[in-house]
Design a protein around this ligand. Sequence first.
Ligand SMILES: Nc1nc2c(c(=O)[nH]1)N[C@H]1C(S)=C(S)[C@@H](COP(=O)(O)OP(=O)(O)OC[C@H]3O[C@@H](n4cnc5c(=O)[nH]c(N)nc54)[C@H](O)[C@@H]3O)O[C@H]1N2
Ligand SMILES: Nc1nc2c(c(=O)[nH]1)N[C@H]1C(S)=C(S)[C@@H](COP(=O)(O)OP(=O)(O)OC[C@H]3O[C@@H](n4cnc5c(=O)[nH]c(N)nc54)[C@H](O)[C@@H]3O)O[C@H]1N2
Ligand code: SF4
Ligand SMILES: [Mo]
Length: 695
Amino acid sequence: MRNSVFSNCGMCSVRCPIRVEVSDGRVTWIEGNPHIPGMEGSLCARGAAGIALLYDFERLQYPMIRTGERGSGQFKRVRWDEAFSFITEAIKKAQSQYGNRTVALLDRGAGLFGEVQRLIVRGLGSPNYFSHDDFCRKNVDLAYQSLLGYGRPEISYDFANTKHMVFFGRNAIEALGVREVNNIVKGLENGAELTYLDIRASKTATKATRYFQIRPGTDYAICLALINIILRENLYDRDFVDKFILGMTELEEFVKNCTPQWAEKETGIPSYEIVNFARSLSAAKPHVILYPGWFSARYMDAFYFARSVIILNALLGSIEQKGGLILAKTPKEVEAKGLNSILDRIPAPKDKRVEAEEGKGFLYDGAGHILHLYRAIKTGQPYPVKALFVVRYDPFAGIPKKDIEQILNGLDLLVTVDVNYSATSWYADVVLPESTYLERNDVIGLQRGAKPSLVMRRQAIKPIYDTKGKWEITKGLLNAYGVGEYIPYETIEDLWNFQLEDTGIKIEDFNKNGQVSLCKEAKMYSREELKFKTPSQKIEILSNNMAEREVPYFFDHQSPLQPKTEEGEFRLVFGRMAVHTHVQTHNNKYLNEIVSENELWINDKVSSQLGIKNGDWVEVSSGDYVGKIKAKVTPFIHPEAVFMYRGFENEVPWKTRSFGKGLNEGKLLKGAFDRMAHGSHTGALFENFVRVKKA
Ligand SMILES: Nc1nc2c(c(=O)[nH]1)N[C@H]1C(S)=C(S)[C@@H](COP(=O)(O)OP(=O)(O)OC[C@H]3O[C@@H](n4cnc5c(=O)[nH]c(N)nc54)[C@H](O)[C@@H]3O)O[C@H]1N2
Ligand SMILES: Nc1nc2c(c(=O)[nH]1)N[C@H]1C(S)=C(S)[C@@H](COP(=O)(O)OP(=O)(O)OC[C@H]3O[C@@H](n4cnc5c(=O)[nH]c(N)nc54)[C@H](O)[C@@H]3O)O[C@H]1N2
Ligand code: SF4
Ligand SMILES: [Mo]
């Protein structure tokens, strides 16, 4: 028997709509959902390799409790009820000593189906929900919130209709989401320009109209210069600026010395190029997109950099504009009723989150700051966090051993919920195996955008091993803890029906293609109707929110430290590759066959001074850690930096295909997990220097 299931990919957090073919109970084919615009049947390599994850013997198969020392890899198989009671007992013990708030949950991210993870922590009476965003998109998110009152997930980019797109190290062609890439390509085919700035020529550079090899850590300087030129030469959209932007006088004053000549010294990009760039942006306005990036936890000034990019969009009038940035509409704004929230059924805890106890000078939101969480675990300040759940996230795969040890020393209980043998699971006290995305149902999610829709991830086949879906794990945990009434649903259909109550939408409505739109046409506001979600309903350069948290509105660009390259010192930079998702796919049978090791990109001129040739083994060191990797000598990287693709050198022997292959960039990040970026307290992962020498 053969049937088709519409669902969502789970091989990365983009969650592309997919069609899954099942023949005689086996998944035989996955493709992009042909009914969804932008997908048109396409899928990336990782999405296609979902079948290899499903049928992988080297993934989690049953719940486990640790029996040996942490890190010994000794576990015993247990029943689910045993695992839940063990966890409950440990949590009650910790809470009786330190209060309910001593429990925290660290989540890869809320995303489409993320409400469930929040239920665990709230159900256990703690406010301490954290997402991984601090090492990913948080600066962009906080910057959008400060200026527009909208968060990053509420902004979409109309690449297909733009005239000029600008990517600052946004390597969209490799670090990809399928729909986004398809739309970028459509835009290029329609004649759009692409200006790309990166310290190295990535695959995206090969598609660019204009590529600038920028000096690492200086994107903020070029943005300030662009603002300077746009204001000085009156290149902005006066109508938009007059209607919406508050703080123009202060902005003008702030950028007055940020001339193109000054920016040339900082960035290495000729001043006339910067001037021409500003003029070409203005010529294409308002159909321009300056993309403030996705992974933005790179440099100490990343929050202010993200603000400057959003300000540039505003000056060019590209917000809520065809071919520009588009604001998400709530169900109410499109005259529909949204999903009922399960979270709202659970009383909000009265305790304050960890960082809410940490005074002012930085922004935060409901997804917390990981670095504050780590500090609370390590030092007990502002209060002890003793029990940690880590869900769909593998933080220990990307940080130095010493940081792992300090975190473990502070914890009485570490529980992981994963599908794979993650590095973090290796050290956990209890490991809870989730069913893969092809074997489970998830709660219904809201896909935001100008045309919001509801999305359902459906089980294609029954779980192969003794694993559960996230909502079942949550229900089991809360039951064992004695608060089962928070999730009173016996089946996923009961839960979906609760979510859909009064929406006029039924479960069967998802049968056709897996999604239900909440309106017929995309909704866009005209400039007469447009209001922002800030207190003033305008774009607040002088942000009320920042004033309240005592965060300065402006921040001077600081020239980045110069490594002594002649002595083999470099800034360490890393990124994603098209065929892998971070760490999680390196052991995937298909993807591992395609790429199983990384190399170190190093500039050809510098490498010749150091006697390093293409293909040589080199030693890369940071503090007392030394790793080995092969050199890729190339003119296509800035001389101050070395680069590697991330996530290699898996240390968990359970995963035999990827064990020990390549080099892990995370081990080289000494001190990075104690460093907090200006204004946002996010990570700043590219502020590390390493030594490179021939091995
Ligand atoms: N295939 C694949 N796609 C993915 C992911 C994945 O794991 N695999 N992960 C997803 C996730 S979670 C994220 S956060 C996004 C990340 O999306 P991106 O941020 O686009 O991806 P990265 O690979 O981190 O890109 C980093 C680029 O920044 C450059 N860079 C370093 N320093 C500077 C600098 O000072 N200035 C400029 N202009 N560039 C600099 C690096 O050379 C590199 O090319 O990708 C998403 N998409
Ligand atoms: N050193 C270093 N640190 C980084 C980065 C870096 O480049 N280098 N990048 C930062 C960024 S931008 C990001 S987004 C993060 C990414 O870091 P991670 O989120 O840790 O990266 P992934 O490899 O995607 O791992 C996610 C975990 O989720 C598990 N998983 C996959 N599918 C499922 C599922 O369906 N259910 C459950 N329960 N688990 C699942 C995987 O097995 C894996 O253990 O790292 C951040 N930190
Ligand atoms: S971008 Fe690729 S891996 Fe990510 S959800 Fe889409 S198909 Fe899956
Ligand atoms: Mo990310």
